[in-house]
Design a protein around this ligand. Structure first.
Ligand code: MIC
Ligand code: SF4
Length: 641
């Protein structure tokens, strides 16, 4: 039986398990990536493990999420990250160099290798033919320590791309179409592997837009083959020596298949407040727009921004619309500057923001009250933009620019422009001076921690019985942005668990923190796909800090579920009927029997009992018993177990 690209790479990295969908496997990790907002915790965790140097082939620490430096806290984080990287053998990408995913694709990604990143959009590098997976910080810290990464072997879905995109329809519309078809839950425990005759027309950066936003499907990752298009990209980055071909076998078998005919695609838009709420742009054309944001790790490549520049050339943005651009990398900006395109963008009245995540994670450029914001980003979760009353729509760069010019939501095909053709440069401007290599003399490097950086306390072993109150009951598709919001006020607290925990569930239940403190912890009850969205382990660590012992939900998102286990919080699964019978304030007694597949739970307030399913691997059970991944591995790495 032939293998596809994903299975070929997994096979060559398999440490344990069987490549049968649904079975636990562990794989060797070649490269890791961290970004500042999750990275401070990762390096504190690495420190808590007591190791001197990373054991990966390559580890990179990027600074892109919080570049504001309002006060000392954020700048202290940057200094902590820089000194930690230098000491532990990690490359450090300085603030201002760009967004981790775009940079990793440009400068470090290698076909056939594995990458684990403490950011959910790490699968961006799947565009070059890597198995790139997003994970919580603790998993990344362990991968840096040389430990294999454990996952459930996903089902591989073959996505056969046929035909060719029509003018003003772009890669973003392909992934929006998949989200429309499959929803934000449709990819859980799946990998999307792209094949088909249309691949020859899709550049690596267009492929990366698709793999990037595969995360919104809930997928474990997404991947393209490494072919001659990949070779061209790597050559343009001066890295052709790292290229090699990885194609699926002719008789490769997949668990399922989807066909998308690109000729039939039209410009699409994800409406508020979910990336799968997708309709055709022409169906909502004419709606007034207050702001347009272009960029982020989804749509920041040279090709994307060049299209933006060419559409804006000689035009002005509508006076009723504020337009901002947060470019993905310094390289892309230098390229735009070199060929004059930056001038067209500036002359059109676009505000240029820093090369970083910016408005995508609510760091500035929040929409006005009740405002309509069109963004080329990947997430439009409620409140994420920083304005709770705003309406955020996700679109392609072409639709964003067309609407910026007209002031209303506009199908770019209706502007009457000539089709735009952009070719990638034969050779990009290569300047890696903002990537600092680790110190050749690590002993001499002092890791500098400011007063806002609080070292981690390890938890004790799991109790046999949990008696606790249901502190909150939430509905379906609760995101990590609901659990642990981001934005300009909260991001500077990412290295300070006691402080950041004050904001848990703040947007949907401002009394949560006080309640949790008064009760000394408790239980969370959730619906379907609990914890979808980002990889931020703070959505598990902060509840852990508040004494949350278990989360009982009808289903979980992959990364968040792993983060809960890593933090020593038990994820328990119940059916809808049981969910309906539990209320906030109920007192529950859970018999924790980690060798069983069901735990008995008694609802003491309502006098009924139920069985909660424990869908955990043997390793998960060991971690929970030890009180989480850190206490477990600390003992293991020091030889105590
Ligand atoms: C996001 O897009 O939500 C983030 C911010 O990049 C997160 C990581 C974080 O919360 O730091 C992610 O996607 O994992
Ligand atoms: Fe940054 Fe947004 Fe990409 Fe997350 S999704 S890495 S916040 S640009």
């Amino acid at each position: 039986m032939g293998l596809g690209v994903f299975k070929k790479i997994v096979k060559s990295h398999l440490v344990s398990g069987n490549m049968r969908a649904g079975e636990p496997i562990s794989i060797k990790i070649d490269q890791t990536l961290t970004q500042d907002a999750t990275g401070t915790m990762v390096y504190l965790e690495f420190e808590a493990l007591g190791l001197k140097k990373v054991k990966t082939e390559l580890s990179v620490s990027y600074v892109d999420h919080n570049l504001m430096q309002n006060g000392f806290m954020n700048a202290d984080d940057h200094r902590f990250l820089q000194t930690s990287a230098s000491k532990y053998g990690v490359y450090f990408s300085r603030p201002g160099n760009g967004i981790c995913h775009q940079l990793h694709l440009e400068r470090f990604s290698i076909p056939g290798k594995t990458l684990l990143g403490s950011d959910s959009h790490t699968p961006t590098a799947g565009g070059i033919g890597m198995v790139a997976i997003g994970a919580g910080g603790l998993d990344v810290a362990l991968a840096m320590a040389g430990e294999p990464y454990s996952i459930v072997m996903p089902e591989v879905v073959k996505v056969d791309l046929r035909g060719r995109l029509m003018p003003f329809v772009s890669a973003k519309d392909i992934i929006l179409r998949l989200l429309q078809m499959l929803t934000v839950k449709g990819g859980v425990n799946k990998v999307f592997e792209y094949t088909g005759p249309a691949l020859k027309y899709l550049d690596v950066t267009e492929r990366a837009t698709i793999t990037n936003m595969g995360t919104e499907l809930g997928a474990t990752t997404s991947i393209f083959p490494s072919d001659e298009v990949t070779y061209r990209f790597m050559k343009s980055q001066g890295r052709e020596r790292d290229w090699f071909e990885i194609l699926p076998d002719e008789d490769a078998e997949y668990e399922s298949e989807i066909v998308i005919d690109l000729d039939e695609l039209e410009p699409l838009v994800a409406q508020p407040h979910s990336p799968d709420n997708v309709v055709k742009v022409k169906e909502i054309e004419g709606k007034k727009v207050d702001q347009v944001a272009i960029g982020s790790c989804t749509n920041s490549s040279f090709k994307d921004l060049m299209k933006v520049a060419l559409m804006l050339r000689g035009k002005r943005v509508h006076p009723g619309v504020s337009v901002a651009l947060n470019p993905g990398s310094r390289q892309v900006m230098l390229e735009l500057q070199r060929n004059g395109a930056l001038e067209w963008i500036l002359s059109a009245g676009v505000r240029i923001l820093e090369m970083g995540c910016g408005p995508c994670i609510g760091m500035g450029f929040s929409p006005p009250t009740g405002g309509v914001s069109l963004r080329t980003y990947n997430r439009n979760f409620y409140g994420r933009s920083g304005t709770k009353s705003a309406f955020v729509y996700l679109v392609s760069p072409e639709t964003a620019v067309a609407s910026a010019i007209t002031g209303v939501i506009t199908d770019p095909r209706h502007l009457g422009m000539e089709p735009i053709i952009v070719r990638e440069p034969e050779k990009y401007v290569i300047d890696d001076t903002m990537i600092l290599p680790p110190s050749p003399d690590p002993e001499s490097v002092e890791v500098i921690k400011g007063p806002n950086i609080v070292s981690l306390e390890l938890k004790g072993e799991m109790e046999d019985t949990i008696s606790a109150e249901v502190l909150i009951k939430v509905g379906d598709n609760i995101t990590t942005d609901h659990i642990m919001p981001a934005g300009a006020n909260i991001l500077p607290l990412r290295s300070n668990l006691p402080e950041i925990s004050k904001h848990v569930f703040e947007a949907i239940d401002p009394g949560f923190y006080e309640r949790a403190r008064r009760r000394n912890g408790g239980i969370i009850v959730g619906g379907e796909n609990y914890g979808q969205g980002s990889s931020r382990e703070h959505a598990a660590l902060a509840p852990m800090y508040l004494g949350i012992k278990a989360v009982i939900a009808t289903s979980f998102a992959r990364i968040h579920r792993a983060n809960l286990v890593n933090a020593g919080i038990i994820p328990l699964i119940i059916d809808k009927e049981t969910y309906n019978r539990i209320e906030q304030g109920d007192l529950l007694k859970v018999d924790v029997e980690l060798d069983k597949d069901y735990f008995r739970v008694v609802n003491l307030s309502k006098s009924f009992e139920f069985q909660a399913k424990v869908e955990l691997s043997d390793r998960d059970r060991q971690l929970l018993k030890a009180g989480g991944i850190l206490p477990f591995y600390k003992k293991k790495l020091s030889g105590e177990v």
